[in-house]
Design a protein around this ligand. Structure first.
Ligand code: MN
Length: 287
C-alpha cells in the first residue's frame, strides 16, 4: 500500500481578531483553498487566568459551509439561532453545518472562566456542495467521553481521537454530510501513527505545536502539510511532543464565491444571503 506523501508545507500568517493574534494557514498566499477545506485558523495557546480567562465573539451568521471548532485546550460555550446553548471542554469538537443559515455566538465556557489556564482551538471551514448549501442547519458536539479514542499501543500516554469518519472498526460520533474524516491528537515524542485513507482524497495535517514527520517530511508547529492526492496509508511520527489535526475529505470541484461569513457558488447567492440575513431569514439570537 502506497504511503501518502507531503505535497507542500504552508506556514502561518498572523492576523488580529477580536484583540487576539490568530494564525492562519488557509487561505494562504500560496494556496487559496484545499478543496473542500477553505479556511484554517489557529487560536492560542493563550495563558488566560483570573479576569483574563474570558473571551466573547458576538452573534454572527453563516451560510453555505461547515464551521467546525476543535478545542485543544480550555472550554467554549456556543449559542445559536436553533436554540442550542452548550459548552464543551477540551478535548472536544463542535460541528456546525450552516446550510441555509445559522446565527451563533461563542465565548469562554463557565468552567474555563472559573479555573482559567491554557486556551487553544482550531477553527476549520469545510465547503458544502451546491446541493447541500441550502439544507437545514444543524449543530453537533462531542466532548472527551463521546470522542472515539484510537489505541496507540506503543505510546499509552499519547491520545488520538476520531471525530468523524471511520478508522478500522471504529466510527466517529459526528455524522457529517460530506464524508470528512477527522482526528485530533496529543502525541508524545516518538509516537507513531498509522491512519487508513482512501485511495484518492484531499487530506492535510496541521501541527499546532511540536514537530512531526510525515512520510519523512518534517512539519513544525503552526505549519500545515497539504498531502498528495493518492496513497491509502498515512504514516506519521512525533519528533517532539505534538498536538495535531488530521483531515481528509472529498474535493467538490465547484466555483467558490465567498464573502465574510457566507460561502456560495455565485455572487448573486452572496447578495441573497446578505438580504436573507437582514430580513431575519437565518433566525435570531440575542447577544
Ligand atoms: Mn462563526
Amino acid at each position: 500500500m502506497k504511503s501518502r506523501g507531503v505535497k507542500i508545507v504552508l506556514n502561518s500568517d498572523s492576523l488580529q481578531l477580536g484583540g487576539k493574534t490568530i494564525m492562519q494557514t488557509l487561505p494562504s498566499r500560496q494556496v487559496e483553498n484545499h478543496d473542500p477545506f477553505l479556511l484554517l485558523h489557529h487560536a492560542g495557546p493563550y495563558d488566560m487566568r483570573g479576569e483574563h480567562a474570558h473571551f466573547y465573539v458576538g452573534p454572527h451568521p453563516h451560510r453555505g459551509f461547515e464551521p467546525i471548532t476543535f478545542v485543544f485546550q480550555g472550554g467554549v460555550r456556543h449559542k445559536d439561532s436553533l436554540g442550542n446553548d452548550s459548552s464543551i471542554e477540551a478535548p472536544g469538537v463542535q460541528w456546525i453545518s450552516a446550510g441555509k443559515g445559522i446565527i451563533h455566538s461563542e465565548q469562554s465556557s463557565k468552567h474555563f472562566e472559573e479555573f482559567g489556564g491554557n486556551f487553544e482551538l482550531i477553527q476549520l471551514w469545510v465547503n458544502l456542495p451546491a446541493h447541500l448549501k441550502m439544507e437545514r442547519p444543524t449543530y453537533a458536539k462531542c466532548d472527551e467521553n463521546e470522542l472515539e479514542k484510537i489505541a496507540l499501543e506503543d505510546s499509552p500516554n499519547s491520545k488520538l481521537y476520531l471525530i468523524s469518519g471511520v478508522e478500522g472498526n471504529q466510527k466517529g460520533k459526528i455524522l457529517d454530510r460530506t464524508g470528512i474524516k477527522s482526528l485530533m491528537g496529543y502525541l508524545k515524542k516518538d509516537t507513531s501513527v498509522h491512519i487508513k485513507l482512501k485511495d484518492k482524497s484531499a487530506s492535510m495535517v496541521y501541527v499546532l505545536g511540536g514537530e512531526i514527520s510525515i512520510n519523512g517530511t518534517m512539519v513544525a508547529g503552526k505549519q500545515l502539510a497539504l498531502l498528495e492526492e493518492d496513497g491509502a496509508k498515512l504514516q506519521l511520527e512525533a519528533a517532539e511532543d505534538s498536538r495535531i489535526l488530521i483531515l481528509e475529505g472529498n474535493p467538490i470541484h465547484e466555483k467558490v464565491v465567498s464573502w465574510g461569513p457566507y460561502v456560495m457558488n455565485t455572487q448573486r447567492e452572496i447578495l441573497e444571503a446578505m438580504k436573507d440575513y437582514n430580513e431575519g431569514k437565518m433566525g435570531f439570537l440575542a447577544s
